[in-house]
Structure formats: structure tokens, C-alpha cells
Ligand binder design. Structure first.
Ligand code: CA2
Length: 150
């Protein structure tokens, strides 16, 4: 499979993964998640970059950079910005590759303000409630799609 570049974006407070609220977000740390995704991408010879920020503008800048550096897929957990950010939606709308939105928890079982996602208006796929396994499901989906379409 040819070189394929994937960007994994983690929104605000996901740097706390594995340190608090394990009943909702599990025990894995963000480093654990990123490390496992790097390993999986490496198995198929893909280049995978992970970036976490608590700042909306920094996430938008990363999406803009992905438009220009050959990134073909973005896996994004926008965290709370999911429910508020037209700006992240606009940035993703300017990105031409595949976008998969991931939520660790099942947002639809939670408070009603978590039921709406701006990012879902752009996402090609949405995964929620599978825990950190959802990131793997997203990467598997990108790998399978690339195998089929090249
Ligand atoms: O379920 C998800 O992945 C969310 O995107 C997580 C966001 C939440 O605002 C979304 O509604 C659903 C919150 C991320 C905060 O992550 C933490 C992890 C550990 C400890 C504290 C916060």
C-alpha cells in the first residue's frame, strides 16, 4: 500500500485521559492510545501524526496544515468543541480527504447538549461509545477504504 498520511486530532481535556473519570473515558492514557495507533499505522507503512490541543485555533491550524501536506485522512475527537464549534466544521469542510469523528463515550446516552455535533455535518463516519477502541475502528476503516480504492 502506498504512503498514506493520517492526522489524529484530540480536543480539549483529552490530555487527561486515563487520569480522571475512568468510568466514562477508561484507563488508557492519551500516550497509550497514540502509541497503539502509531503501531497499527506502521504495520501498513502509513505515516500517522497525533496532535492534542485545548485550543480551538490550534486544532484549526492543524486541519489547515493537513490540507497542504498530503494528509488523506483525519481522525478527530473534537471533545467539547464537537458541540460548539462552527469554526472547526468550516476548517474540516475545506479539507478534501476522509474525516472520521470519534467519541470515546456514547454521547447519545449522555446530556442532551452532547447529542448535537457540528463536526458530524462533515464527517464521513462517526464512532461513539466504543471507548478508546473507537480510534482503532476509525483507523481500520481508513485502511480498509484505501485497500479498496487505492
Ligand atoms: O466521548 C468523548 O470522546 C467526548 O468527545 C469527550 C469530551 C466530551 O465533551 C464530549 O461530549 C464527548 C470530553 C473530553 C474530556 O476528556 C477527559 C478525559 C479524562 C478526564 C477528564 C476529561
Amino acid at each position: 500500500m502506498s504512503q498514506f498520511r493520517v492526522l489524529v486530532l484530540h480536543g480539549p481535556s483529552l490530555n487527561l485521559l486515563g487520569t480522571r473519570q475512568p468510568e466514562i473515558y477508561g484507563h488508557e492514557t492519551l500516550d497509550d492510545v497514540n502509541h497503539a495507533l502509531h503501531e497499527k499505522a506502521g504495520l501498513v507503512g502509513w505515516d500517522l501524526e497525533c496532535f492534542q490541543s485545548n485550543h480551538e485555533g490550534a486544532l484549526i491550524d492543524a486541519i489547515h496544515a493537513a490540507r497542504l501536506d498530503g494528509t488523506r485522512g483525519i481522525i478527530i475527537n473534537p471533545a467539547a468543541f464537537t458541540h460548539t464549534s462552527v469554526a472547526i466544521l468550516d476548517a474540516l469542510n475545506a479539507f478534501e480527504g476522509t474525516v472520521i469523528e470519534v467519541h470515546i463515550s456514547n454521547v447519545h446516552k449522555r446530556e442532551s447538549f452532547r447529542h448535537h455535533s457540528y463536526v458530524s455535518l462533515r464527517a464521513d463516519g462517526v464512532i461513539a461509545g466504543l471507548g478508546t477502541q473507537g480510534y482503532h475502528a476509525a483507523l481500520d476503516a481508513l485502511i480498509e477504504a484505501a485497500r479498496v480504492t487505492g
